[in-house]
Design a protein around this ligand. Sequence first.
Ligand code: 13P
Length: 263
Amino acid sequence: MTNILAVGNWKMNPVKKKDAENLAKDIKKVAQKYKKVTAVLCPPAPYADVVGGALGRVKNLALGAQDMSWQEKGSRTGHVSPLMLKDLGATYAIIGHSELRELGETDEVINKKIRTALLYGITPIVCIGERERDENGFYLGVIHKQIESALQGVLKKDFSSIIFAYEPIWAIGKSARDAMTPHDLYEMSLYIKKTIAGLSSKTIAMNMRVLYGGSVEGENAGALFEGGDVNGFLIGHASIVPSEFESVLENMTAALKRLEKKE
Ligand code: 13P
């Protein structure tokens, strides 16, 4: 397995520039010990510059954004242009996070942002996920619709440049014990790839990267990575505590070793 990612979504933390810089420096130290995993840091937009500077040029570290405008410039109060992100050296952008969908971001806008990101060579990390699970399996329809609309109008040759992050809303912001089980994650990963295959081909679907997000901590990272058939994680609260982030990286790396032995 290549291209394994641990994406840190710092959300609205920290609230001081100096703290953001120090956090980036601490995580840089930690991440350099686990070279098989690429750590992508997504700080709040005002700190992207200072965090990018602190990271410097290290192969398994990258800068990402928490959101991105679908327009490159113009009258868009409060938006961040892909050109600005590129200028700061950001190579990833989280798109369609449930916390933004909740504020009214539509599938249509998310699709526009994905296509813009691709145009500017920024890798979109597209969040999908159901609010709750129902016994009839209607939640699968929610995921299907989110994937279908995300990929609308995207050339099949570009599919592999998109990363889907499966983040069920019910699992966000809790603890490792309330997160997804590896078995359920495996089933979702399969479902996501089947859905993509239905819109393209099995080969394309197999080449796409799927991440999991929702209460990933050191405690569950190893089992989820080993049994969940994912390419990594989108991490919230554990990404702003260097020791916890290190524990995630450490457990992912150990799980990867076990997977490689099985191959
Ligand atoms: P937590 O890891 O805090 O549950 O957050 C997940 C998330 O929303 C990452 O985008």
